[in-house]
Structures are given as C-alpha cells and as structure tokens.
Design a protein around this ligand. Structure first.
Ligand code: V0V
Ligand code: CO
Length: 158
C-alpha cells in the first residue's frame, strides 16, 4: 500500500526540481478544509456567531451532489458542504459517520494534471482519471483516501 521508503540516491518520481535543481513541492498551499454538515444554514450561523466568519462564495456542484459555502481564512477556505441529494457520496458519508466532520483536504497545486499524473505514476488510486471542474472555476482531482493516509485529498488548481 501507500507507504514506501527509498534509499539515498534512489529515483523518486514525486520530487520535481526546477532548472537550478531546487526541489519544487507539488503542493503549494492549503486551498480548503472541507467540513460536511447536514444543515448548511446552521453551519454558516455557527461560524459567523462563534468566529465572525462570513460567506465568501456559495455554489451548488451538481456533479458531486453538494452545495458549498466557502468562508475565507487568510489565503485558504473553510468549505462547508452539504448533500443536495440522497445518492450523494457526502450524504452516505454523513449517514455512516452519524454527524458533521472533516470530509477532505484540498491542496493547491500549480498544475492539476501534472500532480495527478505524478500520483498515478506512483501507483496510488485516484478518483478522477483526468482533472475536472471544481467549484469557483477551479480544476480539481481527488485521490482515494485508502491510498492517502485515510484522508480524502483534492488537488486544486486555481
Ligand atoms: C469514504 N471513506 C473515507 C471518506 N469517504 N475516508 C476518509 N475520508 C472520506 N471522506 C472510506 C470509507 O470509510 C471506507 O472505508 C472507504 O473509504 C470506502 O468508502 P465508502 O463508504 O464505500 O464510500 P464510497 O466508496 O462510495 O465513496 C468514497 C469516495 C467518494 C472517497 C470514493 O466519496 C468519492 O469519490 N469522493 C470524491 C468526490 C467527492 O468527495 N465530492 C464531494 C466534494 P472502510 O469503511 O472500508 O474502511 S466536491 C468538492 O469538494 C468540490 C467540487 C470542490 O472543492 O471544488
Ligand atoms: Co472540496
């Protein structure tokens, strides 16, 4: 499974270097922490009343069966997510878990296709074979949580 060790000097597909040989990490920033909730309005109220957080963007993402409210925190977002239909994977997740909680982490990348190819080349399972549209005009791809230390990872290109 996911964890491998390498000896010094061994080839490492995941390490990208720039022209001067400096290591260039694929993940550049945390784009968002996604919290799945059964009631979006209540979750927005909680963040506003407790922390003074305001909604920066709202969107229904039909392909994923979710509605989101993005709260901006510095250069990152809290993505409050709720299912829009019973067969949404987020509905299934909430049902199984029995309540709200962290659903996934979105990491910003410079080039989603490049990052996805690197993950695939290392043999890790992905949920999107090709980058696809995410919310607010981003391009995204998901990595399977079973190949990512139990965390559903979303690669996000702005
Ligand atoms: C499921 N598992 C998780 C998980 N969801 N582990 C960590 N984090 C999660 N969020 C575990 C689950 O406990 C099972 O482990 C195993 O994976 C298989 O799960 P399952 O219950 O059988 O569920 P599946 O296979 O029907 O769906 C799970 C996956 C699905 C991750 C494959 O949620 C998916 O394709 N997600 C990608 C799309 C997505 O999440 N869209 C919503 C956000 P055990 O019990 O077998 O050990 S859309 C979004 O954020 C957008 C658009 C954006 O930001 O722009
Ligand atoms: Co997301």
């Amino acid at each position: 499974m996911g964890i491998t060790t390498r000896r010094p000097g061994e080839e490492d597909d995941a390490v990208q270097t720039d022209q001067s040989g400096q290591v260039r990490p694929l993940l550049t920033e945390i784009d968002h922490i996604a919290i799945a909730v059964p009631d979006l309005g209540e979750a927005i109220d909680y963040y506003r009343e407790t922390f003074g957080a305001v909604v920066d963007h709202r969107e229904v993402v039909e392909s994923d069966g979710v509605e989101e409210a993005l709260l901006k925190v510095a250069e990152s977002y809290v993505q409050l997510l709720t299912p829009t239909r019973d067969d949404s994977t987020v509905a299934k997740w909430l049902e199984k878990r029995g309540g709200p909680g962290i659903h996934h982490v979105g990491y910003r990348v410079a080039d989603c296709a490049e990052a996805l190819d690197s993950v695939k080349a290392q043999g890790f399972r992905v949920l999107d074979e090709q980058p696809r549209p995410g919310s607010r005009g981003t391009t995204v791809a998901f990595i399977h949580p079973k190949d990512a230390l139990g965390t559903l990872i979303e690669l996000v290109q702005e």
